[in-house]
Design a protein around this ligand. Structure first.
Ligand code: ADP
Ligand code: ZN
Length: 749
């Protein structure tokens, strides 16, 4: 019998040595050893046992002697040919190993199916989350492998996922709690609790039925349906203001696609996947819907995944990773709020769900639908140049009026001697709402929600010993905390340098809360920020209490912005609109616009009309004015002009190659090395700018310095090849030992 050779992606291979490795398939394994099946193979010098997945089979090899596969782990292949192709695409596009891509494509639960203990269904679930990047995790794991094998195993397990429920993590790695606790004290891993999003019962009794579309929705629906009928790979933008009923259009499109026997995927940002939303979809599609979401346990996610894989459900709804839903014959893939940054994975593989979606739609010849009230400037641009189709919803369903917006100049407020975070105008509005029994929400963005401790005499500030950031004060625990690595310490009563008096500065949510208590002593206030949520409360619980008990005021950060409908909220305050606007990021304007627009959209969702107050030091700023008017089109028109001048997306792509390590000098040298190598490899490339080395916004995290080189040009195969080559070069170069490298496109700057 002729020999049979399998090309295998091996899990133990690092990026720079990742390629299909060839192994012999023993006679006895031929039936099972098919492409897409997982195997054990001996790998590398010590012939350590490593997992792998068969990519292809062949009847010959160029190598004279091959090792043999030691076991086939799957009875039937778990990856389809399409998914193998996708993994290979991801390797090229996102600079990860094929096996990392495979791990992202398949649900975590699949890797541990033989542990059969049925877990008790808690309402919340304890999650272990990496505090360092996947690359660094692997580096640390290697470092400590000899001394603490259990801890190394935990890190390895966590690396590809970023986070995992603690119970599963311990179960799958067979380690004890104490090893995990050590990683927590070393601040590689942090723990928090999260809501379990229950999958709704599949026997819903209430049938609200399919929505009847209004004229505008119907027109968009018909245009999009025609695109679906063309059975070509097309991309369309559904641009509809908040409350215009984009979801209703999605539902009818999915219904249409299902009628043709095709399948559908709907991606939503984390926070908008609420129980109400799932109810809506279950009531329209009943058991045909499967939910894929990080709030499920791996086992639950695995169960949902199986229902899709085995054709028991044909509609997948979920967050970022649902883009990998195992559906064939896809008819439509919808990404709601496509501008959301949660669609980008910041752990390896560093993919953007939209890129994976585009690939899938291209392969399945189906429609990619991007929905948004405030699309990314690039998306809107492609809709203008004809690369994408565009459909518009201009009016709110039910004709609910957008809130009336007032802009308050904080400079004037200061001149009048009001130094507090709440202007006199906003104070009066709040008082009116409290009086009328209506609810208000005050919003601070994340950067603004920090409170620092400094010395009033010498100006001393507390900084993290591991990271290049100031420590933030948390009055609940009376501790100073680093938001990057989790380091914490007690705060004294006097300055450690000069024994002067310490001052607490910054408009943290807690500070706002204190000010409100002074202004309205008898009013109950609820706070919603990462600090509150790090206890055992979940944000669902906070929202529920806010609504049920009709609490007059809620203060919060980012997380209160999206997806929630509170009928009785009639006043929204943006405490400091400037904070995200002047952050130095290329996309600062875009984000600020989107944020303010969405915040304002929270107000006046019920019968009563809403109001919004935006406080700013720069009331004349165009972006703020445009956001206040919910005028996306004029925002877009002025922003696109700037982008062209700046040679920024969509006119050029941006790619960053990052190096991190314990020695700053070494990291900078690694970046200089990459820069010169890129210059050589890309000397023919037109309109190319190579910038850097530049430090990341926070240069040191967990004692590792981070610098990067930035490429601005049209990213094509040549550029990707060059980037891949310099990562490999850097990683194998002796002088850069201990430095880890990764690349991502369109990074946060
Ligand atoms: P968007 O996502 O565009 O901001 P939603 O889809 O959340 O808007 O719709 C806003 C509100 O209007 C929701 O409460 C929704 O139930 C309602 N709505 C929108 N379209 C319809 C329709 N065709 N029939 C019934 N209700 C609708
Ligand atoms: Zn730190």
């Amino acid at each position: 019998m002729a020999e049979l050779v399998a090309k295998i992606a091996v899990s133990a291979a690092t990026y720079w040595i990742d390629k299909p490795y060839e192994y012999l398939v023993p006679e006895t394994m031929r039936e099972q050893a098919l492409p897409g099946a997982r195997v054990y193979v001996p790998f590398s010098v010590g012939n350590r046992r490593s997992e792998g997945i068969i990519l292809a089979l062949s009847d010959k090899s160029d190598y004279p002697s091959l090792k043999s596969i030691t076991a086939v782990l799957d009875e039937k292949p778990i990856l389809t040919e399409r998914q193998i192709q996708l993994a290979l695409f991801m390797r090229e596009r996102f600079f990860c190993t094929v096996y990392d891509a495979v791990k992202a494509i398949l649900p975590a639960g699949l890797w541990f199916t033989d542990q059969g203990t049925q877990r008790v269904q808690d309402k919340t679930i304890e999650i272990a989350s990496l505090s360092i990047s996947a690359e660094e995790t692997l580096a640390v794991s290697d470092e400590i492998r000899r001394k603490s094998p259990a801890q190394a195993r935990l890190l390895r397990e966590l690396a590809p996922f970023g986070e995992m429920p603690v119970r599963e993590l311990l179960l799958f790695t067979g380690t004890g709690r104490s090893s995990l606790n050590k990683l927590v004290s070393a601040e590689y891993v942090s723990l928090y609790r999260r809501d379990l999003l229950r999958i709704p019962e599949r026997t819903t009794s209430v049938h609200s039925g399919m929505p009847i579309l209004n004229n505008e929705q119907q027109a968009a629906f018909e245009g999009l349906r025609a695109l679906c009928d063309s059975c070509k790979a097309e991309t369309a933008l559904l641009q509809g203001i908040t409350g215009s009923g984009k979801t209703s259009v999605y539902i009818r499109l999915i219904e249409y696609i299902r009628g043709q026997g095709r399948t559908a995927i709907l991606l939503v940002p984390e926070i908008s996947l609420t129980p109400q939303m799932l109810e809506t979809f279950s009531s329209c599609f009943e058991g045909d819907v499967a939910v894929l979401h990080s709030g499920l346990t791996p086992r639950e996610r695995y169960e949902e995944w199986k229902r899709l894989k085995h054709g028991q459900a044909h509609v997948a709804i979920g967050t970022r990773s649902a883009v990998f839903a195992p559906l064939e014959n896809l008819g439509i893939l919808i990404i709601d709020e496509e501008q959301e940054s949660t669609y980008r994975s910041d752990k390896s593989p560093r993919y953007h769900a939209r890129e994976v979606a585009r690939y899938r739609c291209y392969k399945d010849n189906c429609l990619l639908l991007l929905g948004s009230a405030t699309p990314e400037v690039s998306t809107r641009y492609f809709a203008e140049t004809g690369a994408y189709h565009r459909f518009v919803l201009n009016s709110r369903y039910n004709r609910l009026k957008l809130p009336e917006v007032s802009i308050v100049d904080l400079k004037k407020e200061l001149r009048r001697g009001n130094e507090s975070t709440i202007s006199s105008f906003l104070r009066d509005e709040l008082a009116a709402n409290i009086e009328n029994g209506e609810q208000s929400i005050l919003f601070l963005n994340r950067r603004g929600a920090r409170k620092l401790v400094t010395c009033g005499e010498c100006g001393y500030t507390y900084t993290c010993p591991r990271c290049s950031v100031s420590l933030t004060f948390h009055s609940v625990k009376n501790k100073l905390v680093c938001h990057y690595c989790g380091y914490s310490q007690k705060v004294g009563c006097e300055c450690p340098e000069c024994h002067g008096m310490l001052r607490f500065v910054g408009a943290g949510t807690q500070l706002v809360e204190e000010e409100l208590h002074t202004l309205f002593p008898d009013t109950e206030i609820i706070r919603m920020d990462a600090d509150v949520l790090s206890g055992s409360v979940t944000h669902e619980q906070v929202f529920e209490r806010f609504q049920r008990e009709n609490i007059p005021v809620m203060i919060g950060t980012q997380m209160i912005v999206k997806g929630l409908n509170f009928e009785n909220v009639t006043l929204i305050g943006v405490l400091l609109a400037d904070q995200s606007l002047y952050s130095g990021d290329l996309r600062a304007a875009e984000r600020t616009f989107s944020l303010i627009t969405q915040v304002i959209g929270r107000s006046g969702r019920g019968e009563k009309p809403g109001r919004a107050v935006i406080q700013t030091y720069t009331p004349e700023n165009e972006v703020i004015l445009q956001a206040a008017n919910q005028d996306y089109e004029s925002f877009y028109q002025s922003e696109i002009v700037l982008r062209r001048i700046q040679n920024a997306p969509p006119f050029a792509d941006i790619m960053a190659v990052t190096a991190s390590g314990m020695s700053e000098q070494q990291v900078v040298r690694a970046c200089q090395f990459m820069r010169s190598q890129l210059g050589i490899l890309l000397k023919e490339k037109e309109n190319l700018q190579i910038l850097g080395p530049t430090p990341l916004a926070v240069v040191r995290v967990n004692d590792r310095y981070r610098y990067r080189v930035i490429l601005r040009c049209r990213t094509d195969a040549l550029v990707r090849k060059a980037v891949s080559a310099v990562i490999s070069l850097g990683s194998t170069e002796k002088q850069f030992r201990g430095v880890s490298f990764y690349a991502d496109s369109d990074p946060e700057l």
